[in-house]
Design a protein around this ligand. Structure first.
Ligand code: FAD
Length: 461
């Protein structure tokens, strides 16, 4: 038998000895196929085995076995953050069964399993009249989102999700259970929390403790117009931003509306301008921006009104099913309407070689945040763009357009990457400077000297 096959049979034997057999799934087993179909379908996943732990102890046992067998572990909850092919050397640890949510309403906190999606967290939080800092999609997982920063609809009143991360229960590269907390006795666990707050994962998380926030008088909605209205809307939006209340988060995007779906018939398969906004300050906080944009162009649809977490999860019009998405994001200073026009033009939405969507998010905040490598937005805006790219040729084409958008920002642009929006990419790009990278690397080396754990969207290791 070849050495590789021998090593594989040893790995499976050890895993089946350490764990209940039905948690260990080889390619022919039921459950393997579903676990290896990530929400971002850009890359094939063909790990030698999938482990689906029900407990933190089982996750730790799987890491210890992989280390003993000389194999690396990759972790995945939803696969939204998938950015590389997973080959047969790897053990895929699927955290989707670690999905318990326990809310402490008195403390305004929640302990959430690392495989939980935001829709579950919000459901539990809302029953106590609280909200977590989720993003635009209900199916995104808490871990990948929070460890990349997490830019949600409440970013202006309450900051990034990483700034509300209180503690992380995790497994290090030796297979030891640990707890990253600001008051941890071991400095390595204090450093780990600094890193988990936006710097990407430095251990395999099994549960997160997060702050919850009062929703206030939550109001939200979206408006759509034909793409030709962009110049007037960009001017009206940027003018309205100068007096926008701190409770109000908004995004302006240009998108290619799909040919079918829940959109106004006249916009199907067309380019559309999309404004989304949300506030904790009631509908009156939306009025000035709403009036300003409606005054320059009459929208095809306007859903502005009272909101709940489900509304927040719908207004961005994210695709519900899996997509081979490739994209990027960069932090930006306040854009002018002309710059918005140049960026959106460079994205070629609706034109040959074009991206599917480009957006600007207003993220300026003065909200308090816990200390972390990326626990506050480093700039008041970000630009995010995405396209479907199922193969290397398509990815190269998307990358050319991304470079054109970067060039439209200015001669020295783009600056720092927004790790959350590096869709279909393996690492966090230019998110961190040298000092942060050195400190992140030191944390990762201390916790996983044998490099058993391999993460996407974080440090390339
Ligand atoms: C439709 C859509 C909408 C989005 N909207 C937003 C948004 O509004 N704001 C925003 O900030 N981002 C947004 N994102 C980006 C999203 O935050 C990232 O794709 C994120 O990586 C998804 O995390 P996940 O856990 O769901 O994905 P996964 O693919 O399961 O995980 C992504 C990565 O996170 C790490 N990870 C996951 N679980 C663990 C764990 N238990 N321990 C250690 N590391 C772990 C791993 O490195 C993994 O590769 C969106 C993405 C999509 C596809």
């Amino acid at each position: 038998m070849p050495v590789h096959a021998l090593a594989t049979s040893k790995l499976i034997r050890l895993l089946r000895r350490a764990l209940p057999s039905d948690l260990v799934r080889e390619p022919a087993d039921p459950g393997y196929a579903a676990a290896t179909q990530p929400h971002n379908s850009s890359f094939l996943q063909r790990p030698v085995v999938v482990v689906q732990p029900d407990t933190a102890e089982q996750a730790a046992a799987a890491v210890a076995v992989a280390r003993q067998a000389g194999r690396r572990v990759v972790v995945q909850a939803t696969g939204h953050g998938s950015g590389t092919a997973l080959n047969d050397d790897l053990l895929l640890l699927d955290t989707s069964r670690l999905d318990q949510v326990v809310v402490n309403p008195a403390e305004r906190t929640a302990r959430v399993g690392a495989g939980t999606t935001w829709s579950r967290v919000q459901q539990a939080a809302e029953s106590h009249e609280l909200l977590a800092l989720s993003g635009t999609s209900p199916t995104v997982g808490v871990s990948g989102y929070t460890f990349a920063g997490g830019v949600g609809w409440l970013v202006r009143p309450h900051g990034l999700a990483s700034g509300s991360l209180r503690a992380v229960e995790y497994v290090d590269g030796e297979g030891t259970l640990r707890r990253a907390a600001d008051d941890a006795a071991d400095p390595a666990d204090r450093e780990a929390l600094w890193a988990f707050r936006g710097g990407g994962p430095v251990g395999l998380a099994t549960a997160l403790e997060i702050d919850l926030h009062p929703p206030g008088d939550l109001s939200a909605g979206y408006l759509l117009w034909p793409g030709g209205d962009l110049p007037r809307l960009a001017q009206a939006w940027t003018d309205a931003l100068t007096s926008a209340p701190d409770t109000l988060t908004s995004t302006l995007s240009l998108l290619h509306v799909p040919p079918t779906g829940p959109f106004p018939a006249e916009l199907l398969d067309q380019v559309a301008v999309h404004l989304c906004y949300a506030t904790t300050g009631g509908e009156q906080d939306l009025t000035a921006m709403r009036d300003a944009v409606r005054a320059v162009a009459s929208p095809v649809i306007d859903t502005t009104g009272p909101a709940d977490a489900a509304t927040l999860a719908a207004i961005h019009l994210d695709p519900p099913s899996s997509v081979p998405a490739r994209g990027d994001g960069w932090w930006l200073d306040m854009p002018t309407a002309d710059l918005i026009g140049s960026l959106f033009d460079a994205a070629r939405i609706g034109r040959p070689r074009g991206l599917t969507m480009i957006e600007l998010r207003h993220v300026a905040t003065t909200a308090p945040a816990r200390e972390g490598v990326l626990s506050r937005p480093p700039a008041p805006f970000l630009v995010h763009m995405v396209a479907a790219a199922p193969d290397d040729t398509a990815r190269a084409g998307v990358d050319e357009v991304l470079a054109e958008v970067a060039g439209a920002i200015g001669p020295t642009a783009p600056g720092r990457s927004v790790p959350s929006f590096r869709e279909g990419q393996a690492d966090a790009g230019t998110a961190f400077g040298e000092p942060e990278l050195a400190r992140l690397t030191a944390v990762a080396e201390a916790l996983d000297p044998g490099r058993v754990l391999r993460f996407q969207r974080g440090l390339p290791r």
